[in-house]
Design a protein around this ligand. Structure first.
Ligand SMILES: NC(=O)C1=CN([C@@H]2O[C@H](COP(=O)(O)OP(=O)(O)OC[C@H]3O[C@@H](n4cnc5c(N)ncnc54)[C@H](OP(=O)(O)O)[C@@H]3O)[C@@H](O)[C@H]2O)C=CC1
Ligand SMILES: CC(=O)N[C@@H](CCC(=O)OP(=O)(O)O)C(=O)O
Length: 344
């Protein structure tokens, strides 16, 4: 089965190549960027003697005639234009950007401060939170792959939200990310001297994943009220840790909530719910598609603390995108994604 990747010179794109190179069914047919047509190892020397592919200019007709699926690892505002070009063609599209995620008119403009994609495409796009949307993903031709922070937060919140065990006004989400989450494009905030031995909060109360998280929570529980969501930049390359605080409606023990999480994720190969007293760290999922969750009920305050960790480039981007492609084509969801975390 043939695959094309647009945005190959970026971090999400090159992570797709790392996965697809070892995928048993998908073959990297063509890779694209707006840059010059050179072998991929010119851009990424670590691929020397591994991948022979040449970076090509984007040719929509050729990609859709030759390939079965195209991944768009392109910035928001760019993806929507590319999706438009593929919209009447016979090819499945998985977009890693935020362009097709927000359904409510006006939300994208408000949070991304850019012109929104065509409303018909937004309507058609299925939100690719793999574990919670498998049936819709299976029937879809167009996937809006979730944001990295949103994935981590939603995986952590889903079971207690769906079971309606939480006070709907009490959700606080505290996200921390490595710098690869910001992509490869040069920016002052990602410079070594800015990030090293530092820890910063950013986009306070205006992070673009806020409406994405709320939108999905509302599909699980219509009473959910606006969330508080903070994002921080950590001096590391990969990984997201999201710590979530919610007030419980009623008295539950850690053991009872863990039982609910284990039941909810019993068919989810990539979710590892940790036993009582054990909490995941970002390194324990690095380079893998796992989302690891630990939790504890504070019986003194009635609050539940949930810790959810992912690799932002894997479960937060390229890994989940390939998981969705597997689901769309009816393959085992884990195909090509069974790599162990890289440790230490
Ligand atoms: N990094 C992460 O952890 C995550 C990223 N995402 C999303 O995935 C997408 C890719 O992110 P990331 O890889 O980090 O970003 P990068 O900045 O690292 O890469 C972006 C890529 O897009 C390409 N590109 C830029 N402009 C255009 C254009 N006009 N036409 C075609 N291609 C273009 C660039 O290629 P070139 O300049 O060579 O043309 C580059 O390869 C973004 O939408 C991001 O928000 C989602 C979840 C997590
Ligand atoms: C560390 C860092 O800067 N992370 C990015 C992650 C968001 C992203 O990847 O963009 P989408 O909206 O397309 O999902 C950020 O906080 O904006």
């Amino acid at each position: 089965m043939k695959v094309s990747v647009i945005g190959t010179t970026g971090y999400g794109g090159v992570e797709l190549l790392r996965i697809l190179h070892r995928h048993p069914v998908f073959n990297i047919h063509s890779i694209h960027s707006t840059k010059e047509e050179v072998p991929i190892w010119n851009e990424y020397p670590h691929l020397y003697n591994i991948l022979e592919n040449q970076i090509e200019k984007i040719n929509f007709d050729r990609i859709s005639t030759d390939s079965d699926v195209v991944f768009l690892a392109t910035p928001s505002g760019v993806s929507s234009k590319l999706v438009d070009e593929f919209s009447n063609k016979d090819i499945k599209v998985i977009d890693l950007s935020g362009d097709l995620r927000l359904k409510k008119p006006g939300e994208y403009e408000r949070w991304y401060k850019k012109e929104s994609a065509n409303s018909q495409l937004i309507e058609e796009a299925v939100y690719g939170l793999s574990e919670w949307n498998r049936e819709q993903i299976k029937r879809s031709k167009l996937i809006a792959n979730p944001g990295c922070y949103a994935t981590s937060a939603l995986m952590g919140l889903a079971p207690v939200t769906k079971a309606r065990l939480i006070d709907t006004e009490s959700i606080i989400i505290d996200g921390k990310s490595g710098t690869s989450g910001a992509g490869k494009a040069l920016s002052k905030g990602s410079l070594f001297a800015e990030v090293n031995e530092n820890f910063k909060i950013y986009k306070v109360n205006e992070h673009q994943h806020t409406p994405e998280i709320e939108q999905q929570l509302l599909t699980w529980h219509e009473g959910i009220r606006p969330i508080t969501f903070s994002t921080h930049l950590l001096p590391m390359t990969r990984g997201i840790m999201t710590t979530i605080y919610v007030k419980l409606r009623g008295q539950y023990s850690t053991e009872q909530i863990l039982y609910l999480y284990n039941e909810s994720y019993q068919n989810a190969s990539f979710v590892r719910v940790r036993p009582e007293g054990n909490y995941p760290s970002v390194k324990e999922v690095a380079g893998s598609n796992y989302c690891d969750i630990g939790l504890h009920v504070d019986e003194r305050t009635g609050r539940l603390t949930i810790v959810s960790v992912i690799d932002n480039l894997m479960k937060g981007a390229a890994g989940q995108a390939v998981q969705n492609a597997n689901i769309m084509f009816g393959f085992e969801e884990t195909l090509g994604l069974e790599m162990m975390p890289l440790y230490p």
